[in-house]
Every structure is written in C-alpha cells, then in structure tokens.
Ligand binder design. Structure first.
Ligand SMILES: [Zn+2]
Length: 487
C-alpha cells in the first residue's frame, strides 16, 4: 500500500459478474502490473522505449492489455518473468495462446527470437485494440469497410417500412449517426469513408432502404445535415463532426501536457487545426505553457497576425517549440529571426519590439481559453456549431420544432416551408404529368403555399377553424403568399 508492502489480504467473498465493485478491484490489481513494469524500468532491467514521446510501456483498458517491449532476449525474459510473478500473486495468468505479438519494424531473425521466448503467435498490423483498427501504416480501405458495415447492420430491415419520415429521421439522428462517432474521434478518416456512411444514412432517411437513387431525396443532403435552427433536420454532418472531435485532442494537448501521448503528433485535418488556432486565446502568466510564435497571447493576437513578414523569417523548428518565457529571456526571440527583413518587415519588427518590451511575466500559470463558450472550456458541441457560423438562420425553426405537434406533422411543415411537397409545380419540374391548376379552386397554379394559405378553400378552412376560438381576424388574407411568414 502506498509503495510499501503490507499484510497479506485474504479475500472471503467472491464477486458476481457485473458487480459495481469489480472494475475498481480490477484497477487496484492491474495497477500492480503497471508498477512492476515501471519498477523494472527504474532499476534498469528494461531500457526506455524511446528518447522522447511516451514512456508508458503498458496500456490497460478493461480486459485488453497492450504491452510494449524491446525485442532483446533479456528484456523479453524479464517481461515474461514479470507476467509470471504477477500471475502467481494475483491469479491473473496471462494466456499466451490467446495473446499475440505484433512486431514493429523487426527483421525475420528478431521475430523468431520473440516467438521462441514468449511462445505466443505472431500477427501483423492492423490489430484491434478497444474495437479500433490500429496500424503503423495507413489503414487500407478493407479495414475501414467493417465500420461502414456496422452502420448498415443497424438498419432496421423490414420494420423500416412501418416508419414514417419523422421516425426514420430520428433513427438516423440518434442511431446511425452515433455509431461512427467513436472512430471519427480516434482517427482522421478518409473522405470516402464519410461518403459511404452518408449514402446509407441518406438512402435510409428518404426511402427506408440501404440504396436509393437521387430522385427520391426531396431535400439536398447538405441542407438536411444542418442544425434545426439553420433549416436542417439536425442530422450530424460527419465531416464537420470529425473536425470538431479532433479539436478535442488539440485542446487536451494544449491544456494538459502531462498526458502520455502529449509528445506525439496527432493526425488532424487542416480545417480543425486552423479553426482551433483562431478560437483559443491565451492569458500569459509565467509564460511556460505558451508558444511564443504561434499562440494567441499578445493582446489577443498571434505574432503571425501582428508581424507576418517577421514570422516568415523564423524557422519552423523554432516556431513549434519556443515558449514565451524562453523567448523573453535575454530577448531570445530576436535571435530566432533569420535572414534579412524588407522595409515592411523592419516596421513590423519595431512594432513587435514595442509590444513585447512592455509585456511583463507574472508568477501565475498560463491560461488557455476557448473563446466560444462562457466557461472558457472547449466542448466539441460548441466547436461543431462554430463551423456553421455565418449561415443564414432558418426563421420559422422555433415555431416549427418547438411546437407540440406530432413529429410527422412537423416533418410535413418542414417540407412545406422548403417547398418540397409533391404538388403540381414540383411534379412539373421533373417533367411528369400534372394537373394544370389547383384542383380545389381551379384558378391558380397548385403549389404547396397555395394549398396551405393562398387558395380560397384554404382561407375558408382557416377562417372557420379560428372562428371557433374567436380569432378569425388571424386567418390568412387573400394577398398571403407564403405559409411560413403568415404562421
Ligand atoms: Zn386553389
């Protein structure tokens, strides 16, 4: 306990499967395994894996354990001994037949050595860890296709024909869109992957099947994927969602630098990086946690914005590592600038000089703030919304989606407001047979707006309806052309 060996614990009760205590017990026990490997590293039995980046040699989650070791005979021997001792003490024996060795950049001879000493089968990449395909190279299409199939498997089959559009929309929003979230969060997926999943989601939304042709889709998929207040159905746009989720990694990297992976380069989409860079403002305290050349720290601006030419003369290897504290000590930042500056560069340099001279470091720690949330803390949700900034608001959204009407009525109104109902004008657009004028009044062309508010019969209907509650003056007038604005 607390680093000291204590008395022997004799356990008197077994645990049932699913007991809430068992994950905690598991952690207590598995922590010992981790400590054993750390200790072996400390006393020099196992050499460090690499100079920089991660010094973790074991990753534990539920019943998946990944162990990293050097393919050297005595280290393999030590690893096996540790596992054996751990098994003896805890009763958790490693089943070597069920485990596998995955060599990373090993030649044939080394592979043979590993196989002989650990006595477990060798496999290649990609392997599956926590349900995620992992590889040291780019994943092949076939590896990711399994995930597309996972989404397709969730289609409800014959039951789909019993669902209306509103029901299918709910299924797409909450079930089909939720499955890929996990993989989108963990890796930068290629575009075809998102397209393949979109195809399934789109076809299911409009037709209830896995495959459907474009003609069945009443509203463009781009528009369907917008949030409700921007005129969509609130179905997640997976591409944008993947950027928003990736920004979480950048945020964690910035704010909690003690994570085991924080030294690694995280594959993120350029859009995610760019959006992240403009959304973080840093309040510099002691300057130890802020990058001098790239973070937004000087009066809310980043140096490339204040002095773009000066920034161009700083080598990239320095911009990525120079922190504010170092840069301000003995004016190191001046020495980072290499090569001759033009006259504009010199002006920028002088402005920068003045700004930096009046900057004083304090004893507090640096704080990074996410601009788009009052708490200053990043959330993927606010990041997702950010990508829709500047879009036109869909005015009737509150009346429409916040009403108490049944979902299928709301869905009809959504289509009506968007002019996407199968009325004569829409049928005509597709070159099909259609009635020339409104079948009710035979006076005007049939559009959905006409049927809902323009037609004399519709106006009569609304009048009678409102009369019942003495609001008849609210009924649509003869000059009313647009349902949404009247409503
Ligand atoms: Zn009419």
């Amino acid at each position: 306990m607390n680093g000291e060996p204590g008395d022997i614990i004799t356990h008197q009760h077994g645990l049932h499967q699913g007991d809430p205590l068992s994950p905690m017990l598991f952690i207590i026990v598995m922590d010992v395994l981790n400590s054993l490997f750390m200790k072996a590293g400390e006393v020099g039995l196992l050499r460090p894996l690499s100079a920089r980046a991660t010094n973790h040699r074991i990753s534990l989650y539920a019943d998946d354990v990944a162990l990293f070791t050097k393919p050297v005979e005595n280290e393999l021997h030590v690893t096996k001994l540790i596992l054996d001792h751990f098994g003896e003490a805890s009763g958790l024996w490693t089943n070597l037949q069920k485990s596998c060795v995955i060599p990373i950049q090993c030649d044939q001879q080394v592979q043979q050595l590993v196989e002989d000493s650990l006595e477990c089968p060798t496999k290649g990449f990609p392997c599956t860890y926590l349900g995620m395909p992992i590889s040291h190279k780019k994943l092949r299409k076939a590896d990711l296709l399994a995930w597309v199939e996972k989404v397709a498997d969730k289609l409800p089959g014959w039951k789909a024909s019993l669902l209306n559009l509103a029901g299918r929309a709910a299924l797409v929003r909450f079930v089909l869109s939720a499955i890929p979230i996990y993989i989108l969060f963990a890796m930068n997926v290629p575009k075809w992957f998102i397209k393949a999943i979109d195809k399934i989601r789109r076809s299911f939304l409009w037709k209830g099947r896995r495959e459907a042709n474009g003609g069945c889709c009443l509203v463009a998929w781009e528009k369907v994927q917008r949030p409700l207040d921007l005129g969509g159905l609130g179905i997640l746009n997976l591409e944008i969602a993947s950027w928003a989720l990736q920004m979480k990694w950048l945020w964690l990297q910035k704010t909690t630098s003690d994570r085991p992976w924080s030294g690694l380069e995280i594959p993120t989409h350029p859009h995610a990086r760019a959006m992240f860079a403009i959304s973080i403002v840093t309040q510099v305290g002691n300057g130890r946690d802020t990058l001098f050349w790239t973070d937004k720290w000087l009066h809310g601006s980043a140096l490339p914005d204040i002095a773009p030419e000066v920034f161009m003369h700083v080598p990239k290897r320095l911009t990525n590592v120079r922190i504010v504290e170092q840069a301000l000590t003995d004016r190191t930042w001046v020495r980072d600038i290499q090569g001759g500056l033009s006259i504009y560069g010199l002006i920028e340099y002088l402005i920068l000089w003045d700004l930096i001279e009046e900057f004083i470091l304090t004893n507090e720690v640096d704080r990074h703030c996410w601009k788009h949330d009052n708490s200053g803390i990043f959330s993927s949700k606010s990041a997702y919304k950010l990508f829709f900034n500047g879009s036109i608001t869909f005015e009737p959204w509150r009346h429409l989606w916040k009403s108490w009407a049944p979902p299928k009525c709301k869905m009809f109104l959504w289509l009506a407001i968007r002019n996407k109902c199968w009325t004569a004008d829409q049928i005509a657009k597709r070159g099909l047979d259609h009635p020339v004028s409104c079948v009710l009044c035979d006076q005007e062309e049939e559009t959905v707006q006409h049927i809902l508010v323009g037609c004399v019969f519709a106006r009569e209907f609304w009048y009678i309806l409102f009369q019942a509650v003495h609001f008849q003056q609210l009924a649509p007038r003869s000059n009313e052309k647009d349902f949404a604005s009247w409503w």
